[in-house]
Structures are given as structure tokens and as C-alpha cells.
Design a protein around this ligand. Structure first.
Ligand code: URA
Length: 231
């Protein structure tokens, strides 16, 4: 790989900024100052910038505890993108592995690994997502049965896949769904004549939101969490 591209990837700088860093004589490769961006480096090269070793890391896998008011896409007229909560280089390479609405809180997975996120979002793999749901009106006795049988949503041809409902209290449930249709949870409860007044995602597959993360905080996934998506 070219040295200027390596600097862009590791430091999250533009090609022009990388050229300036090189010109300033602050970059060494294998013990010698190098100023040419076209110099080739590989994983055996020792690259130093301001005497600090630079290492090209592998793919990134992040869990974010999304607060209300952030969108899992580009910013819109009302909300900021959740990407502003990440203090990471090369944000432009990252994407959301499944979205939450602006007013939904909780677990959002972010990565630069397209195959990994496809495994989570592709309907074929039916990845579980568990939500804590707060409702406007009391839960009815037949809800669990209705969710298990699948629910007809407006303007959808097929019923939703069977979903599991666990009642927490009169107006709070844990709901596990195995697909990710647009506004799915809100539409499922709307179809039963109820209204979601609070929605929080607790898990995606085997990855559970870390309860030490305050709203707006994030951490990198462990190797086990990353691998669980392929299991
Ligand atoms: N279902 C919804 O209705 N909204 C979300 O953000 C996620 C699932």
C-alpha cells in the first residue's frame, strides 16, 4: 500500500493532509525519514509519526447506546446523525448494521464490515432483536398469542413472522422479533389498537447492550460478540 494512503487510513486525514505530514519530515519508515507518498509499505513495515508507531487496524465493530434525537443515517432537518457520537477516525467508512428511529433508544451496531452487517440485516438470516416497549394502554390477554401468530400490517402483503412477547407489567413488555420492517414494533402495536410511547433495543442476536454504557456512549465489541453473528 502507498504510504500516503496508509496515513489516511490510520490517522483519518485527507490525502492532502497526509502529503503535508510527509513534507514536514515527521514520518519514518523502518528508521528513515520518508517524504514520498508513493513509498510502498506493508504489514512488516515499521511506520512512525512523531515517534509514535502507527498500526493499521482491522475492521471495526462498535456498540452504541443511542440516545433519543439521533438518526441512524445522514443528519436530517431535525436530528443529528448518531455518527457524531463517535470519536473515531474514518467515520465515512462506517455504517449502521440496522437502524433505530430517532425517538428509539438503545443498542445500535456500527461497522465497516459489509458482510458482517449483511448477516444482521438480511431477512434471510432472521436475526433476533429484543426491544423493551412501553405502551399507552394496558396489555391485553391475547397479545402474546397474536404476536406468535403473526400480525397483519397496513400495506404489507405477508403477516409478520412469529414474535415472542414477555409481559413485564401492565404497560411494559419485552418483544423479540426476527425481521426488521420499517417502524415494525410501532406498527405491530398500532395494528392491535395500542400505541408505543417508549422503545429501547436491548439486544441484537447474542449481542446485549452493555449496561455500563450511558446514553451516547459506545465501546468496541469483543471478539466473541463479533463472532456470535456468524454462529
Ligand atoms: N421498530 C420500530 O418501530 N422502531 C424502531 O426504531 C425499531 C423497531
Amino acid at each position: 500500500m502507498r504510504l500516503d494512503k496508509f496515513l489516511c487510513d490510520v490517522l483519518g486525514v485527507t490525502r492532502k493532509e497526509a502529503t503535508q505530514l510527509l513534507k514536514s519530515g515527521e514520518v519514518e519508515v523502518d528508521g528513515a525519514v520518508v517524504k514520498k507518498g508513493a513509498t510502498q509499505v506493508n504489514d512488516q513495515s515499521e511506520v512512525l509519526w512523531q515517534e509514535r508507531e502507527l498500526i493499521l487496524s482491522g475492521p471495526k465493530y462498535i456498540m452504541l447506546n443511542k440516545p433519543e434525537g439521533f438518526v441512524c443515517s445522514h443528519a436530517d432537518d431535525f436530528n443529528q446523525t448518531a455518527f457524531v457520537l463517535l470519536d473515531e477516525p474514518n467515520i465515512k467508512d462506517l455504517h449502521f448494521a440496522g437502524r433505530l428511529d430517532a425517538d428509539t433508544t438503545g443498542l445500535v451496531l456500527i461497522t465497516d464490515d459489509g458482510q458482517w452487517s449483511h448477516r444482521i440485516t438480511s431477512p434471510k438470516h432472521k436475526c433476533d432483536k429484543t426491544y423493551r416497549v412501553w405502551l399507552a394502554d394496558p396489555i391485553q390477554a391475547d397479545y402474546a398469542e397474536q404476536f406468535a401468530a403473526g400480525i397483519e400490517l397496513r400495506s404489507e402483503r405477508d403477516k409478520t413472522l412469529p414474535a415472542e412477547l414477555e409481559v413485564v407489567d401492565e404497560t411494559q413488555v419485552l418483544l423479540t422479533i426476527h425481521e426488521g420492517k420499517y417502524h415494525q414494533v410501532k406498527r405491530m402495536f398500532a395494528a392491535l389498537g395500542n400505541k408505543v410511547v417508549g422503545l429501547h433495543r436491548e439486544s441484537v442476536g447474542a449481542i446485549v447492550l452493555d449496561d455500563t454504557l450511558e446514553p451516547g456512549e459506545y465501546r468496541f465489541l469483543t471478539e466473541e460478540e463479533v463472532a456470535s453473528v456468524w454462529a
